[in-house]
Write a protein that binds this ligand. Structure first.
Ligand SMILES: Cc1cc2nc3c(=O)[nH]c(=O)nc-3n(C[C@H](O)[C@H](O)[C@H](O)COP(=O)(O)OP(=O)(O)OC[C@H]3O[C@@H](n4cnc5c(N)ncnc54)[C@H](O)[C@@H]3O)c2cc1C
Length: 403
């Protein structure tokens, strides 16, 4: 099975190939780590993935991603897609606007995605070792020595590697061991609920209620019967309370809850450090590669993994990482503006979504933020002014990402 983004794809800013590290240890066998492992193994590296869970069955999580995922992963991704989204409905203060998508968003079940990525990585030659919890690392002679605790008997195990990829999530222990600063995080919580009668299964609903959250509430159908209703909050208990109140008011009955803390991108995290003769890289949530407008990190984590894999295999800089950084920085700018929006601003935003602006939103996805913003500004300049006003006229005192 081959990835759509072949590692041999030419990255214009990359100098010619140089020596590949002999042994690469990938710590964390989830989306970003398994994708990096597969690409590296496909490129000829010797790769071990070390994952703390005993099985490749992470907790259930309903993910919405843009069609960019198909470009990155190719045909293999189809097995993990449970639904497609063709329309967004935005609500605020009694107003609404609908945006149809030219390329549908994909609803993905994380477990199936992880299993597909693991299969691809193994097929490319990577070894996956489960039940191994990373503890610490140190420079050791010509490379690095990593210490793991085995689940079950709690025994210690040492693994040697020339390069390490930390893909162990928002609270990355690899990053802490190697001296990176901890990341800011925010709680994301969603309840699986029956869809309201008459709700189209290809339509996501979004509610902007700035007195509850500077982000938004969403309802994402995963099938014609059920969907994920959630929000990003600023504190865990508060987010849960808001979600329960929201469900009670609108008559939603939770079937199950999903939640965890997600990184809040507040600055580009340098993705590489040297320790002795070895190199340590971060990808995915461990490097806060998350779009801070929506706190979606799946596609951006894959792009981070692709960038690091190219960097290791080809040597030098990676144009993909440069593009990802520009994209994440733009989302940060937008989030800083949105974080200051009050109800009147959201009402105006929804009112300003005229047909021309909606067409831009339909054509470009949130993984092409520069193109999207440029087109929206051309077609509805007053939206750009509204965003600028948000940036300049800060009113919300608390929790402004990146400040
Ligand atoms: C409820 C919820 C809903 C979300 N919805 C969306 C969405 O709709 N769209 C979207 O794009 N993003 C969404 N996200 C964010 C997205 O899930 C993450 O950005 C993405 O999963 C990050 O992948 P990752 O591989 O970098 O890290 P993770 O998925 O966090 O994986 C880290 C891996 O490392 C392992 N690990 C941790 N510590 C150690 C250790 N010490 N030793 C060995 N292994 C270790 C973990 O077991 C895990 O397998 C959501 C997040 C949450 C919490």
């Amino acid at each position: 099975m081959k990835y759509a983004q072949d590692i041999e794809t030419k990255d214009s800013a990359v100098p010619p190939p140089r020596k590949i590290p002999r042994e690469i240890a990938v710590v964390g066998g989830s989306a970003a780590g398994l994708y990096a492992a597969g690409l590296l193994a496909q490129g000829g590296a010797s790769v071990r993935v070390l994952e703390s869970l005993d099985t490749l069955e992470p907790a259930a999580r309903t993910l919405i991603v843009t069609h960019r995922m198909r470009d990155l992963l190719g045909a293999a991704v189809e097995r993990s897609i449970v639904n497609e989204i063709r329309r967004f409905e935005l609500f605020t203060d009694g107003r609404s606007a609908a945006v149809s998508l030219k390329n549908p968003d994909l609803i993905v079940e994380r477990r199936a995605l992880i299993q597909m990525l693991a299969e691809s990585a193994r097929h490319a030659g990577a070894k996956i070792e489960l039940g191994k919890r990373f503890q610490a690392l140190r420079a050791d002679g010509r490379g690095l020595a990593l210490e793991f605790e085995r689940s079950g008997d709690g025994a210690r195990e040492e693994v040697r590697a020339d390069a390490v990829i930390g893909s162990d999530g928002a609270a990355s222990r690899v990053a802490r061991s190697a001296g990176w600063a901890p990341l800011d995080t925010a709680p994301l919580i969603q309840a699986i609920v029956p869809l309201p009668k008459g709700m189209a299964p290809d339509t996501v609903r979004v509610w902007f209620i700035p007195r509850d959250t500077p982000y938004f509430y969403w309802l994402i159908p995963e099938s014609p019967e059920r969907g994920a209703l959630g929000l990003i909050g600023e504190s865990g208990p508060e987010a849960r309370r808001r979600l329960e109140e929201f469900m009670e008011k609108r008559g939603f009955e939770p079937i199950a809850f999903q939640g965890a803390r997600v990184p809040v991108y507040s600055n580009w995290v340098p993705i590489r450090k040297r320790l002795g003769q070895g190199s340590i890289y971060l990808v995915g949530d461990a490097a806060a590669q998350v779009k801070v407008t929506t706190v979606g990190g799946t596609v951006t984590g894959f792009r981070g993994a692709l960038g690091v894999a190219r960097l290791i295999l080809n040597g030098g800089r990676s144009a993909e990482l440069h593009r990802l950084r520009r994209e994440l920085d733009l989302h940060l700018l937008l989030r800083r503006s949105l974080h200051r929006f009050e109800q009147a601003d959201y009402s105006r935003l929804v009112d300003l979504l005229n047909d021309r602006a909606k067409r831009s939103l339909a054509e470009y996805s949130r993984d092409e933020a520069w193109k999207l913003l440029w087109r929206v500004c051309l077609r509805q300049p007053r939206l750009a002014l509204l965003g600028l006003r948000g940036l300049l006229m800060g009113r919300r005192a608390a929790a402004r990402p990146g400040e």
